[in-house]
Design a protein around this ligand. Structure first.
Ligand code: FES
Length: 255
């Protein structure tokens, strides 16, 4: 992979995010900024749909580059580190079939309970053994998994992939909740570069998909123009690998 330009423009980053997202999600592409394809994984006529999260390659150099194609393990992340992956991707002969599955972001958040107050998972159709997030007090690990399609126009939001040459707008008061991820911990929220929607992974909240009226849980929108929260993917560890569990699939039906 070639090195990125010395100073990336907003357009460069949007294109990079789109390429990364389409590598892990369905998609048609792409003009320059607004992308709205998607999204039903193709029928697994030949191959295996994997329920674990598998690292995907990002177009610019990232810390997880050498893990692409490998399953995500909970201990992989430093606090506030995140990565892109695919969930329910189709694999043939052990190789990921591009444009299949659900693109996701996995983010290790800080383990604190002042701001992190997710709703009771009981009312939601979460598969047995799964939870709204991964939590391991013995290792001080907490990981949130988010569906990586923006609730504005379905671009692919990112977690800390910009190189500092551009930063997200922080006029949070205009859009309601100030994100503690930024205001308390100095970490940028999940950021969609297309039009600056932002989502706070510390603020898991109950929401309703306006397309189909289905209640779900997601990372709260803290900066427009996204329309609602970014849905979580329920998660559990099996043999030290993280797996996703499908709740109501309509949680992810809006693109
Ligand atoms: S697609 Fe517009 S902000 Fe994400």
């Amino acid at each position: 992979m070639s090195a990125p330009p010395r100073t990336w423009t907003r357009r460069d980053w949007i294109k990079a995010g789109v390429i990364a997202g389409t590598a892990a999600g369905a998609g048609v592409v792409v003009g320059t900024e607004v992308i709205a394809p998607l999204l039903a994984p193709p029928a697994p006529t030949n191959g295996t749909i994997r329920e674990d999260f598998v690292y995907t390659k990002f177009p610019t150099p990232q810390w997880w580059d050498d893990r692409a194609g490998q399953p995500v393990q909970p201990g992989d992340f430093q606090v506030w580190q995140g990565a892109t992956a695919v969930w329910r991707g189709l694999f043939r002969d052990g190789t990921y079939v591009e444009h299949t599955g659900f693109p996701v972001l996995l983010i290790r958040i800080i383990r604190e309970n002042t701001y992190f107050r997710p709703p009771d998972p009981a009312p939601y159709p979460i598969p047995s053994g799964y939870n709204l997030y991964y939590d391991d007090p013995s290792r001080d690990l907490r990981i949130v998994v988010l569906f990586d399609r923006c609730t504005h126009l379905c671009c692919y939001p990112g977690w800390h992939i910009a190189d500092g040459s551009i930063v997200p707008p922080r006029d949070y008061g205009t859009y309601g909740a100030a994100p503690p991820t930024w205001t308390v911990y100095g970490q940028d929220p999940v950021w969609c570069l297309c039009h600056d929607a932002q989502y706070d992974p510390l603020l898991l909240t109950a929401d309703v998909n306006p397309i189909n009226g289905v209640p779900f849980v997601g990372a709260r929108i803290v900066h427009g123009p996204g329309k609602f929260s970014l849905p979580v993917v329920p998660v559990r560890p099996i043999n030290n690998v993280l797996y996703g569990g499908m709740p109501d699939p309509r949680w992810y039906t809006y693109c």
